[in-house]
Write a new protein. Structure first.
Length: 312
């Protein structure tokens, strides 16, 4: 990954450990998260080490099998991939008569096409779709995972460094949850990473307070139902216990809204800190708070191939 404009602190609150030594100080006895340097035994793609220039990255994308090919899709999806706006924005533009294909104004967002040739927005031609790009962002606490907030609360786009392309977040992190947030230029990739059928794992570290047994946490592997809401299997382990203070590692694939907080609070624990340390094969590693790193295109290609294998 290639880091961009990292910042190592935020206003107020406890800073997230960003180095092996800091992490060991922060979670005595905990296992520091490291950026994988080799292949993943499960066959999942990982983020290669080292830095590559934009030209080399684009060249690798162009050499990939199927690079540049676009399957027939709804125009709203293709325009979203081209960075014109969100699908909702594009549907609104079509309703307003602002989008045309070969001079004919569209009346429905269900229009199917496999190329943006001849497509115009407000009379201007749409640029071709750029290769998919994927970024890792170390989200600080205190920011919403959204482009804008009607209440005026700070969002992640207030702290992302300048110069990035139009990005959409993969999933969400609660306002007070920290750690790895993937962001991409490709709405289709975002959906694949979020789909429950693909069972992409998320790993977290949780600081909590209270009493709980190992057996109670082990039982979460069978799932749990709270107030009529069922949560799927959660792999949870106590990393360290000091009195009633705990650091717990948790792995899950569903990622329902506030899932970890609701489950642990239901079990009698008070969550004081929640950090996502991995999403699928991509790990937070030592990326500093507010830091951004771009993921190499060959890892993206392997990731896309893995979705098909997961359903075979």
């Amino acid at each position: 990954m290639r880091a961009t404009d990292p910042r190592r602190s935020r206003d107020g609150g406890e800073p997230l450990a960003t180095s092996v030594r800091e992490l060991r100080q922060h979670i005595p006895g905990g296992r520091p998260v490291r950026l994988p340097r080799g292949g993943v035994p499960t066959g999942e793609p990982t983020i290669p080490a080292g830095r590559r220039g934009r030209g080399e990255r684009r060249a690798a994308e162009a050499r990939a099998p199927g690079a540049g090919a676009i399957e027939p899709q709804r125009i709203a999806k293709l325009l979203a991939r081209a960075g014109v706006g969100s699908r909702r924005d594009i549907e609104r533009m079509i309703t307003e008569g602002r989008i045309a294909v070969h001079g004919k104004v569209l009346e429905s967002p269900a229009f199917i096409l496999s190329s943006l040739d001849g497509v115009t927005v407000n009379g201007d031609p749409v640029a071709s779709i750029e290769p998919t790009r994927l970024f890792a962002f170390n989200k600080p606490a205190g920011f919403l995972t959204t482009a804008r907030d009607p209440a005026g609360r700070p969002t992640i786009f207030d702290v992302l460094p300048p110069g990035l392309p139009r990005l959409v977040p993969v999933g969400r992190l609660d306002m007070n949850t920290e750690g790895l947030l993937l962001m991409t230029t490709d709405g289709a990739l975002k959906r694949q990473l979020e789909l429950p059928v693909n069972a992409v794992s998320r790993r977290y570290r949780v600081r909590a307070y209270g009493d709980i047994s190992v057996a109670t946490l082990d039982a979460l592997i069978d799932g749990i139902t709270i107030d009529g809401m069922h949560y799927g299997p959660i792999d949870a382990d106590i990393e360290i216990r000091t009195g009633r203070n705990l650091w717990i590692s948790m792995r899950l694939t569903e990622g329902k809204n506030r899932e970890i907080r609701r489950v642990l609070e239901f079990l009698g624990l008070q969550v004081s800190r929640l950090i996502r340390v991995a999403y699928g094969p991509f790990e937070l590693g030592e990326l500093p708070v507010r830091g951004v790193a771009e993921i190499d295109s060959d890892a993206i290609v392997r990731l896309k191939k893995s979705f098909g294998k997961a359903r075979d």
